[in-house]
Design a protein around this ligand. Structure first.
Ligand code: AMP
Length: 400
């Protein structure tokens, strides 16, 4: 009888998208299919599928009102795919697990705990729990594994975790957690493969996408990161403010009678590049318009300026720098933005080779620069697939 490799489905639910992939389980999982549903709840919702065998249609328009209908649609669609019969487990990216940070099989107890802590990540956790529950309803026997995005930072030094508010809050878990951990773990593995000595040295990882953060890494371990108690902190992002003067809360409450819910909406969904430009949260749109639109130009400048400041501050936290890595949508695809971020960082030894930078080459630093600057395509899905394989011991399993 024909032997089929058991497969793992990975699910990565973002604020307006769900990315998914199917991998053959194993130490080096092989991707069979991947895709995403994006612009959920907005006009122009799309299902895009990449199929290495080239048999599936590339892209399809959908009308999906919210994440609940998107989850049901995804399940309907997946169930019609032949590869779904080989899926033996599902792995989810979960933004936050508080005390849970290692990948863990989803049980009723873990689900109850995730519900209890939604207040720690109200913008992300409810949607991720919704996806887990949708799979549980339709496929109750299919094991699911939660992979937490905070894991990479769990052993940051105390000084990087402490928030300067009254001590009693720290006892309740109010501290810097940091996120993008699956991406950072992948980037460090890749760096270790490309240049093992560099991975042991002083590294700044810049995950620059719609959500954006930086991590300072030494001896392979996170020593600081720009996101904080929630993913709204740190750098200016597509629609999130990043760090903000806390005095604004009082000012807006008094002058506009702004409520807590309105403030939460403003800092997460109406600010960042969208708020400053007044037109778009998408950096590519803003770059295309900046010559004729001063607000778009200011938003792009603010983004580059802030990333540059964070690189400087993390170089200070690390006491020097040997490697800088750019990743995610902006970090991997926007040479001009990388150039503008690095402009003026020559004093740290950061100098780009223009030609290599222009073609998104893996190594983009100039030979004369002390810091090696790299572009690495991040892969959160692969990290999820590996974790699921390990937690459920799928690598040794064969179906006959
Ligand atoms: P991600 O969240 O990782 O998918 O990244 C999305 C962000 O990457 C959006 O702001 C996109 O505009 C940006 N992006 C993707 N490709 C490019 C590009 N070629 N130039 C500038 N920004 C880009």
């Amino acid at each position: 009888m024909k032997t089929a490799m058991p497969c793992v489905l990975t699910v990565n639910g973002g604020s307006s998208s769900i990315r998914f992939a199917v991998y053959e389980a194993g130490d080096t999982p092989r991707r069979r299919l991947d895709g995403k549903i994006d612009r959920i709840g907005l006009s122009g919702t799309n299902l895009t599928v990449t199929d290495p065998a080239g048999k599936l249609p590339g892209s399809r328009r959908l009308a999906l009102a919210d994440h609940g209908t998107a989850a049901d649609f995804l399940l309907d669609w997946l169930e019609t795919q032949p590869v779904f019969a080989s899926v033996k487990a599902v792995g989810h990216r979960v933004v936050h697990g508080m005390k849970h940070s290692e990948p863990e099989r989803v049980t009723p107890k873990l689900l109850a705990e995730l519900h209890r802590i939604t207040v720690y990540a109200p913008e992300h956790l409810p949607r991720e729990i919704g996806l887990i529950e949708a799979f549980r309803r339709r496929h109750p026997k299919l094991p699911q594994v939660a992979c937490f995005d905070t894991a990479f930072h769990r052993n940051m030094p105390r000084v990087a975790k402490l928030l300067p508010i009254p001590r009693r809050y720290a006892a309740r878990g109010v501290e810097r957690y940091g996120f993008h951990g699956l991406s950072y773990a992948y980037l460090m593995e890749e760096l270790g493969r490309l240049d093992p000595a560099a991975a042991e040295g002083r590294v700044i990882l810049a995950h620059l996408g719609n959500g954006a953060s930086l991590a300072a890494v030494r001896h392979g371990k996170s020593v600081d990161t720009s996101m904080g108690f929630t993913p709204a902190a740190g750098l200016v992002m597509g629609t999130r403010t990043g760090d903000l003067d806390p005095g604004l809360v009082y000012y807006l409450a008094r002058t506009e009678r702004m409520t807590v819910a309105q403030f939460q909406k403003m800092v997460n969904h109406e600010s960042g590049l969208l708020g400053v430009s007044g037109t778009s949260s998408d950096l590519r749109d803003l770059c295309a318009r900046e010559a004729s639109d001063v607000r778009a130009a200011q938003a792009v400048e603010l983004f580059c300026y802030q990333v540059r400041k964070w690189i400087g501050s993390f170089a200070a936290a690390l006491g020097g720098l040997e490697t800088l890595v750019f990743a995610a949508g902006i970090g991997e695809n926007a040479p001009l933005i990388r150039e503008r971020i690095c402009d003026g960082l020559g004093f740290l030894g950061i100098e780009l080779n223009r030609k290599r930078n222009a073609r998104n080459a893996p190594l983009i630093s100039a030979r004369a620069g002390r810091v090696r600057v790299r572009v690495i395509r991040t892969d959160e899905e692969l990290m999820i697939a590996r974790s699921v394989t390990r937690v459920l011991n799928l690598g040794s399993m064969r179906e006959t």
